[in-house]
Every structure is written in C-alpha cells, then in structure tokens.
Design a protein. Structure first.
Length: 98
C-alpha cells in the first residue's frame, strides 16, 4: 500500500518537471522556420541559427550552414512577409549542394 502512495506523490512531481522543461524551450519564429526550410531545400545542412534581425521588408536570419562536403560557412537569409525566402548575398562559389 505504501508503494501506491509514493506513486501518487511522484507522478505530479514528474509532470511538473516535464511541463517546466517544455515551457523553457524557445519556439522558432516563422522567419527562422522559413529560412531553415529554404536552406534544407537548397541541399544545405543547417548547423545553427545565429540570430534574427529586423529588415525593411521582413526579417534577416543569420545561419551557420554546411555543404554536402561538410564545409561550414555563414549565410544570411531574407524572409519576407510574403513568404519568399532568398539569400541576402550569393553563397560561396565552392558550395556543393547535396
């Protein structure tokens, strides 16, 4: 009987811990999601998102990327409110897309 009582005490505690962890994970902005999808669709691996900056027509998302050979480079994606992502500057000429 004591074991059952302990389970009643542990279950709410475990639920509270899991809920607090879930609420501290930041969500990606729509600009981040759009640019991450765009980079992956271009055959690139997204290593991390370094930041999001406001721009005149939307947001610029700074990314750390890798090409299909594992070479890392930085790129900035412009995410417009119309839902069209594009690279702010051309990608390095030696990038190999996967």
């Amino acid at each position: 009987m004591e074991e059952t009582n302990e389970n009643y005490l542990i279950a709410p505690l475990a639920a509270a811990v899991l809920a607090s962890c879930a609420s501290t994970v930041p969500g990606n902005s729509s600009a981040e999601q759009q640019c991450v999808y765009f980079a992956r669709n271009e055959g690139l691996k997204v290593v991390r998102v370094d930041g999001v900056d406001a721009s005149g027509s939307g947001q610029n998302v700074r990314l750390r990327l890798e090409d299909s050979l594992g070479r890392g480079f930085n790129a900035t994606c412009a995410s417009a409110t119309a839902g069209q992502a594009r690279w702010v500057q051309p990608l390095p000429s030696n990038v190999v897309r996967g």
